[in-house]
Design a protein around this ligand. Sequence first.
Ligand code: MG
Length: 200
Amino acid sequence: MKLVCLDLEGVLVPEIWIAVAERTGIEELKLTTRDISDYSELMNRRLGVLDREGIRLPEIQDVIRSLSPLEGAMEFVNTLRQETQLVILSDTFSQFASPLMEKLAWPTLFCNELIVEENGRISGFQLRQQDGKKKAVAAFHAMGMHVFAAGDSYNDVTMLQEADKGMFFKAPQSIRDEFPALGGAETHPELLEGIRKFIA
Ligand SMILES: [Mg+2]
């Protein structure tokens, strides 16, 4: 049995923190794992900024609700789900993703969870496991599945390498040059073509 695992941000929806930074005007929220490589450290920094600015989860969800999936993503996901099985593997948090998953008609998503107080303050986060995308693909392998994976950034590389076929989607040229064995697609139709070759 064959399965497609996709990254979420940069493949189906925009980068959520970048959008939140732009809509709130807080530049510091634009920091990414390229600036602070330790993800937990980066998240603690972001949560500290939200506290300082008094921004709670409902306000962030309002911002996220105003975003749209990337152009063509909805059609791509619909077609894919008719032709094979899809699981989205993301480092984001379920509370952030849900307003966008609604717009994609609720495909399966495995990600992380925020710890939220009753008043909406985000007090922490719970990572499902370290290197969760790669471990999910390894677990699907243990279930006898053949896996195609696609993503756009460094945090996808181990998932793409673990998969039977891994492909970058709109990844920066520098990352593609670093991992030339992984193919790349620039548009959803091109990615769909790669997936169809894999599931054929
Ligand atoms: Mg991404």
